[in-house]
Ligand binder design. Structure first.
Ligand SMILES: Nc1ncnc2c1ncn2[C@@H]1O[C@H](COP(=O)(O)OP(=O)(O)OP(=O)(O)O)[C@@H](O)[C@H]1O
Length: 474
């Protein structure tokens, strides 16, 4: 099912005056872009509608024939506590407002209130209801450890537990209209997750991606908002921006951590007001797309250093997904290796070679600063020069050495664990410790000296010398 309606639940408008219902609908649909409306002019029908339809919010008049608004409010609160009620009444009486709020109304407006304030109140209620629903949904998914739409994640190869938990969270928030922030190091799969979010959102429009790094403020505004004819020198024709292209879909802003401070103000206003002005135009346009942003930067640190606006930061991280780097999910290495090898073999029209059993061990010693993208590039490189039946480890070793990285294996693991001798009653001698360490590294490297040397943080010839020395002294 596709849907272009917002919010996902129905908003029931109850008033005995059809003219008021029409004008309220126009306000909500027009400037408010709140489109999932259900008008009702007979108070007697309200409880039946609530039993039948998936209503989340009711905008309720107070003075009506048959059943009064206050009476209805009491029944709704009792029988449908998950439904929020906003009173929109002709009565400007403090006592009535207080009574309604005490009885459980979410908010109270008089009909003469300015349109903007009413819309703000309705948006606030929708946001609260969406968050409540997401919470319920998340609890349910985590409790049953279930993915409802695993097909949406088919492009993300993993069997890591942390990634699965992230997928469950993504399923719970994918249909929200609130922004989603995706963080994680470069090449970790942020764009893939954004695509999964879009697929799960069931939104009608497209997913439009914009890399905002390096865009100066006017290019940013032009890219997103578009312009009218003659808006600036060279604007010979009017052009819609990316927001328009996304329609009711997803606007994906990549590298958001690099957005200039002046563009941050524009983005904040867009998110707060849901509308924008194409350059050269004084007529606002509604944004109907959902905003998803990604960055490899630490936005919290940037915010603390005043390079990123605090208000925008909090707005963007209403929902937040952080993807762990590849070195923290080494259980995915073998699976990804297989996957990219098959993919590269198909693309290069070669037979998939056998993977030497030492290769995953070697890869596990590496830090992968470029994450999955780097692994993919390594595999494609290796496949492009590969000729024999067994995949050569040399291109992988060369790629790691090009990064000039010293082994991340034994030394960093020990450092992470603190003092490895802390538990030992008696210290081994230096010679014993040396011998045990070398034996353990050779064991972990499945007998491969190059890998064992990387694990120990020494060169392969140095390890070979130690092994020879150990053998001679036996
Ligand atoms: N789990 C995965 N399974 C399969 N391919 C993956 C996976 N993670 C990443 N990739 C591949 O790695 C490359 C980088 O992924 P992606 O562009 O999503 O990363 P990113 O985090 O958005 O990177 P950047 O911060 O540089 O924009 C892509 O080719 C993507 O297909």
């Amino acid at each position: 099912m596709t849907q272009g309606l917002y919010p996902t639940f129905r908003v029931l408008l109850v008033d005995d005056e059809p003219a008021w219902l029409r004008s309220l609908s126009m306000t909500l649909e027009g400037p408010g872009a709140i489109t999932n409306l259900l008008p009702c002019s007979d108070s007697r029908e309200v409880m039946g509608i609530l039993a039948r339809e998936e209503v989340g919010l009711v905008l309720l008049d107070l003075t009506m024939p048959h059943l009064s608004g206050e009476e209805l409010l009491g029944r709704i609160v009792e029988e449908h506590p998950e439904v929020a009620v906003i009173i929109v009444s002709g009565l400007n009486q403090i006592e009535t407002a207080v009574r309604c709020m005490r009885a459980g109304a979410f908010d109270y407006f008089v009909k003469t209130v300015e349109e903007d304030r009413l819309l703000d109140g309705v948006r606030r209620a929708i946001r609260m209801l969406e968050l409540q629903r997401e919470n319920r949904e998340m609890r349910r998914r985590f409790l049953y450890d279930r993915l409802e739409h695993p097909e949406a994640f088919a492009g993300i190869v993993t069997h890591n537990k942390a990634m699965r938990t992230i997928f469950q969270y993504v399923e719970s928030v994918a249909r929200s209209s609130q922004p989603l922030l995706i963080t994680g190091e470069s090449g970790v799969g942020k764009e893939l997750v954004a695509r999964a979010v879009h697929a799960l959102s069931r939104r009608r429009g497209a997913m439009v991606s914009v890399n905002v790094a390096g865009l100066d403020d006017s290019v940013f505004a032009d890219t997103l908002f578009g312009h009218t004819r003659g808006a600036f020198t060279g604007a010979d024709t009017a052009r819609g921006g990316m927001i328009e292209q996304a329609g009711e879909g997803t606007l994906f802003l990549d590298e958001i951590g690099d957005l200039s401070l002046s563009s941050q103000v524009k983005l904040l206003r867009l998110l707060q007001e849901g509308e924008y002005f194409p350059l050269g135009s004084d007529k606002p346009k509604q944004m109907r797309a959902r905003v998803v942003v990604a960055t490899h930067q630490d936005l919290a640190a940037k915010q603390a250093g005043r390079q990123f606006r605090k208000d925008l930061y909090y707005r963007l991280r209403t929902h937040h997904v952080h993807l762990p780097p590849l070195r923290e999910r080494k259980d995915d290495l073998a699976l990804l290796l297989e996957h990219f090898l098959q993919e590269a073999a198909d693309e290069l029209d070669k037979k998939k070679p056998t993977i030497p059993k030492e290769l995953p061990v070697l890869l596990a010693t590496y830090h992968f600063p470029g994450n999955v993208r780097e692994l993919k590039a390594m595999v494609y490189d290796a496949m492009s020069v590969h000729t024999s039946k067994i995949l050569s480890m040399q291109p992988f070793l060369s790629a790691m050495e090009r990064h000039g990285e010293l082994p991340s294996g034994a030394s960093s693991a020990a450092a992470a664990q603190g003092n490895v001798f802390a538990e030992a009653e008696q210290l081994p001698t230096l010679a014993e410790a040396n011998e045990q360490l070398v034996a353990e590294a050779m064991e972990r490297a499945a007998g491969n000296q190059t890998i064992a040397a990387r694990l120990l943080g020494i060169s392969q010839p140095a390890l070979s010398k130690r092994l020879k020395h150990a053998r001679n002294s036996e």
